[in-house]
Design a protein around this ligand. Structure first.
Ligand SMILES: [Zn+2]
Ligand SMILES: [Zn+2]
Length: 436
């Protein structure tokens, strides 16, 4: 499915290309010596943390030794290292410069640091996934904290992605749930991508959207088997997450994989960086965000858009007052969001009026898109119950009362047209937020 689109001219006008080799299935980690030989790699450098060394690092080292391949290794001396300067520094300082490739063995943080290490050392990067927990395997950026701020740092995409189900099935349960959660977000992201195409003329590729829908379908169908660690279910989530990353590469933007629900997760992270408040795994937060957005879309579908109300609302919107609220919610992190408005002009009244006319004209079409793309919130709730995943902020230790303002702030995170921007354009942002 993935490679059928690779390199071929697409109906969207782009030629999608993705060069990483993706190897998934039972026991595929044993193919490593062959893969290294094909790539001409003589001595890889293994990067793990304490957990992933036990989960798969030891095994990889043994496979290489048995094949007569020398390697060096460094294990970050923690169970759950943070993605920050100190850990990147340790990895770089322990790197053995006689090595000609980096093999990251892990998931989130090890992979993010492994990509930076390979980019810095200018050597190929191979990732042996230990958990199907996030969609960063195929992406060329690393999700890091720098100077206390969460950033997406350009690093390097993996040259080879190995998902051995015998390893992945042993992943901690919460990582399995988080991986599925990140996939569930795609219901909203595809819906919002299509809405953005209609309302602001954003680039959209129907083939990529279909690739994601099929991947999500496999994950949802397998959800029941996930906690039983059925290889098929675990593999569906791993491949789905890889496809999510590849789809972002194909599209050249994050639209296929993230929407308003991801922004809710980002806001929780930003508050946590600033104030040390609780946060949970990315995918776990995204699953909660998805449920929130599905409920709000259901409310939105019941309204009748009103031009006068929307125009009056936009005129009365006070950006200075809103900026103060953002500062209170996010501290320093709010400044870049506030500064963005100068470039984006999303609150510009003339631009709003134009968008509003398009919304009014295309309202039926928008309702159709929502009906086609979004599952019922109660079905998603049932699915989250099936995998015993959290459904509320309270369950992950985040103040429930912040949910309305979190939702309102999602429109200021990036210059992307998402549900909260549509609600603002319609003059019903607070109204919707208050139903939460
Ligand atoms: Zn396309
Ligand atoms: Zn994600």
């Amino acid at each position: 499915m993935l490679h059928a689109m690779n390199g071929a001219a697409c109906s969207c006008g782009k030629t999608h290309s993705f060069s990483a080799k993706v190897v998934t299935g039972a026991g595929v980690v044993h193919q490593l010596p062959e893969i290294l030989a094909e790539m001409g790699i003589k001595k890889p450098f293994l990067l793990t943390d304490r957990n992933t060394w036990k989960a798969a690092g030891e095994q990889v080292a043994a496979i290489l030794t048995a094949a007569g391949i020398p390697c060096s290794s460094y294990s970050l001396p923690e169970d759950a290292p943070k993605p920050d300067e100190q850990r990147v520094g340790s990895a770089v300082m322990h790197f053995d410069h006689s090595c000609d490739a980096v093999i990251g063995i892990g998931s989130g943080v090890v992979n993010d640091i492994g990509k930076i290490l390979a980019a810095t050392a200018k050597v190929p990067y191979i990732i042996v996934g230990t958990a199907p927990s996030m969609d960063g395997y195929a992406s060329a950026t690393s999700s890091m904290t720098r100077d206390g701020l969460k950033i997406s740092l350009p690093s390097k995409g993996a040259d080879v992605i190995i998902g051995d189900t015998e390893i992945l099935c042993q992943a901690p349960e919460r990582l399995l749930k988080a991986g599925l959660g990140d996939m569930l977000a795609k219901f909203v992201s595809i819906c919002e991508w299509r809405i953005a195409k209609e309302l602001v003329g954003e680039y959209y590729c129907p083939q990529i959207a279909q690739l994601i829908r099929s991947a999500v379908r496999l994950c949802v169908d397998g959800a029941e088997g996930l906690l039983r660690r059925e290889p098929q279910a675990v593999q569906a989530v791993f491949e789905g997450l890889v496809i999510g990353g590849v789809a972002m590469n194909y599209a050249g933007l994050s639209r296929p994989a993230s929407g308003c629900e991801h922004y809710l997760s980002h806001l929780i992270d930003m508050r946590s960086v600033e104030f040390g408040t609780a946060e949970d795994l990315h995918g776990t937060q995204c699953a909660i965000g998805t449920l929130v957005m599905l409920r709000l879309y259901e409310k939105l579908r019941e309204i009748t858009p009103n031009r006068e109300k929307a125009l009056t609302y936009a005129k009365s919107f006070d950006f200075a007052d809103w900026s103060a609220q953002l500062r209170q919610l996010l501290g320093k992190g709010a400044e870049s969001m506030i500064a963005q408005e100068a470039k984006e002009g999303k609150y510009d009244l003339a631009a709003h009026e134009k968008r509003l006319e398009v919304i009014l004209e295309k309202w039926e079409c928008l309702l159709q898109i929502m009906a086609e793309e979004l599952p019922a919130s109660k079905d998603l709730e049932a699915l989250l119950d099936t995998i015993q995943a959290p459904k509320t902020l309270g369950e992950i230790g985040v103040e429930e009362s912040l949910l309305p303002i979190f939702f309102m702030a999602t429109k200021d995170i990036r210059d992307k047209y998402v549900l909260s921007r549509l609600a603002w354009d319609l003059g019903i942002l607070e109204e919707l937020a208050q139903t939460l």
